[in-house]
Design a binder for this molecule. Sequence first.
Ligand code: SF4
Ligand code: SF4
Length: 229
Amino acid sequence: MIVGNLKPIEEIIENISGFEHILILGCGSCVTVCLSGGDREAKRLAKRLSHIRYFNQSPPRFDVKTIQRQCEKDLIETYLEIPPGTEAILSLACGAGVQTVADAFDAMPVIPALNTTFLGAVDAPGIWVEKCKGCGDCILTRTGGICPVSRCAKRLFNGPCGGSRNGHCEVDADIPCAWALIYHRLKKQNNLHFLTDICPPRDWRTGGSGAPRTRKRTGIGHSPEDFSP
Ligand code: SF4
Ligand code: SF4
């Protein structure tokens, strides 16, 4: 899932200043699961922002809605009704959702309420951990399902740096060394031979450092046989 955190309230107040009627828009997918941008958080934010102390005069009027996915333009255009008189949308989606809403309602300012932080997973209740950088050429097969691109502080591809102490990373002792995890996982799977296969230099053009990446499929909406990769 995409993990995001609510921006500091002062920044949100500054960004919405000047608007008198704002739609606070929650997103029902990733940011609901990470407890930062769902319906409950949208309602809480509206309540918090409605406090007079944040404004010189009376607070703006806030409406609250939540849509299942803000990152789907079709869905937004079909189901999202903007209340009459709305001057701006304060979106609790990730950056992709904010941009999709902004594209769908391009005459309306769309303001992000979250900082989108990473692609991660829930490791334990209340703990979200970055797991993938979307590098576009996944190597999890040879690393026992543990990603060195996102979980090794030095993004090493061919084993550990040598600085690990008691299974923890030398860059941050609070995080496990990804390569220690990989070693133990591969050992458990009887696949330690992967550690001696040298991984050649990567072609990082798949990694998002160039132009925005796009995925295209044909046959969407027709029979499955129509799909081409
Ligand atoms: S190798 Fe790349 S695609 Fe696979 S989990 Fe890591 S960052 Fe994501
Ligand atoms: S200690 Fe482990 S996780 Fe940290 S940089 Fe070195 S190899 Fe990567």
